[in-house]
Every structure is written in C-alpha cells, then in structure tokens.
Design a protein around this ligand. Structure first.
Ligand code: PGA
Length: 247
C-alpha cells in the first residue's frame, strides 16, 4: 500500500488526477475505473482542467463505474449516470460507446451483472480504479460483511450508507434500498487502485482499512492485499493513523 497524506482536499485531488493523467499519457487507450460521491469531485475537476488546458485526450479511454442504484433510470437526478454526466463525462472527449455504468433499471439484474463483468473482461481489464471509502469502511456498495471474493451483483444498502447518502435525496425514504455494485474481487483485479478519503468523518475508516486486520467487516482493508494500491488522504482523514509514515 502506498499511503500519501496530503495537506488538504485540493492537494489530494491534484495528486490523484496527476497519477491518472500520467497513466493516460503513457496509454491513450486506458481503462479507467470511476467512483461517484463527493470525494472524487476535485480529482474530476482537475482532469477536466488538464483536458481543456493541456489537451489531455480521453478519446480512446474506456470507463467503468463502480455502482448504480437499483430503481433509478439514467435520467433520474440522483442516479450515478446523471452524476457522471454532470461532473465528468460532458466535459471530456470520451467516446460514449465506452463509458460503462450498470443499469439500475435492468430487468434481469443477474444477467446484467454478468454482462457488466464480461465488458470489463473484453476491455482487457481495468488499468486504474478510483475508489472512495464509506464511514463504515465500504468499497463501492460492498457493505461490511461483503465477500472479499465477490463479483458484480445486487446488494442491499446498509442503514448507515442510506443515511449518509440521504443528503442527495428529498428524504431518507427516497434513498434506494439496493444497488448494483462491482464486487470486491472485481475491484481487486484492477491493475492499480487509488483510494481517496477526505475529512475527519473518514478517519476511523481509514485507520481500520490501513492499519487494521484484513476483514470483510472493513471491506476497504482488502486493499492491503493489492500489489499497487495508492491510499491518498488529507490530514483530517489521516488523523487516527498511529504509525509514522514517510514520504
Ligand atoms: P463520499 O462517499 O465520497 O460521498 O464520502 C464515499 C463512499 O461512500 O464510498
């Protein structure tokens, strides 16, 4: 695990975007794993700026998102389809045939999940996957207790996650109860991982993921098993780490 503690959110975002940009310059046909939530927004803004100002080219990039709510169509304001459109896709020169997000309205969810896994395989696999972390240590919507070998599938959301995400919805009741999520096994097959965490509300989860035992109760702790996993956090999110980290 390559842990980087940055001074603040903006530095965290610039560092993450810089890694993605560097990989993209080396490999114009990069397969990029994307996350939603408030944490990666600064990274996306930095990538958009590099696209505009430096001509960072996304025309041959394929993207795969981690998850989508069950029951929300692509045009629903709180769907992750809309989130990605608004905060990233419409600002870049992506080929939209190659921006994959699971379909929350899929009739046969199991078949759709298998199809999604197949698309990842056909793309050659994810080169670099951006990740957030839940306050409960979840990775994507792999809530505590998720199988560490799991693949893309439907999962119920924990009450904690539904409460955390209620800020985007009119009420707690409006938050979907289930999601399609890449599995932990799927995520672990990405060649590189970048986990981002910002703010003191993430400090316990970061400590458990980085310094705790590897356990399904803290899904993000599985990153300790990955060969090339960056954990990029700001000072408040790093506040509970007890070992000394250099560099
Ligand atoms: P956040 O969500 O970036 O909005 O904090 C992260 C997550 O729940 O994985």
């Amino acid at each position: 695990m390559l842990l980087r503690i940055t001074g603040n959110y903006d530095e965290m975002s610039e560092l993450a975007a810089g890694i993605v940009a560097e990989r993209l310059r080396k490999n114009p046909a990069l397969v990029l794993g994307l996350a939603t939530g408030s944490t990666p927004l600064g990274t996306y803004r930095a990538l958009i700026r590099m696209h505009r100002e430096q001509g960072l080219d996304f025309s041959r990039v394929t993207t795969f998102n981690l998850d989508e709510y069950i029951g929300l169509g692509a045009t629903h304001p709180q769907s992750y389809h809309r989130f990605m459109e608004e905060h990233l896709f419409q600002h870049l020169n992506l080929d939209r045939r190659f921006t994959f997000i699971a379909d929350g309205m899929a009739k046969d969810v199991e078949a759709h999940c298998d199809w999604y896994e197949e698309q990842i395989r056909l793309s050659g696999g994810i080169d670099i996957q951006i990740l957030g972390i839940g306050r409960n240590g979840h990775l994507a919507f792999n809530e505590p207790g998720s199988s560490l070998g799991s693949r893309t599938r439907i999962k119920p959301l924990s009450e904690e996650t539904r409460r955390d995400n209620a800020r985007y919805f009119a009420s707690l009741e409006a938050v979907p109860t289930h999601a399609i999520t890449m599995g932990i096994g799927t995520i672990m097959e990405a060649r590189e991982l970048i986990l981002l965490a910002s703010g003191d509300t993430k400090a316990d989860a970061v400590k458990a993921a980085v310094e705790g035992p590897i356990t399904a109760i803290v899904p993000a702790s599985i990153m300790q098993m990955h060969r090339r996993a960056y954990v990029i956090v700001d000072q408040p999110a790093a506040a509970k780490l007890t070992r000394t980290y250099l560099g």
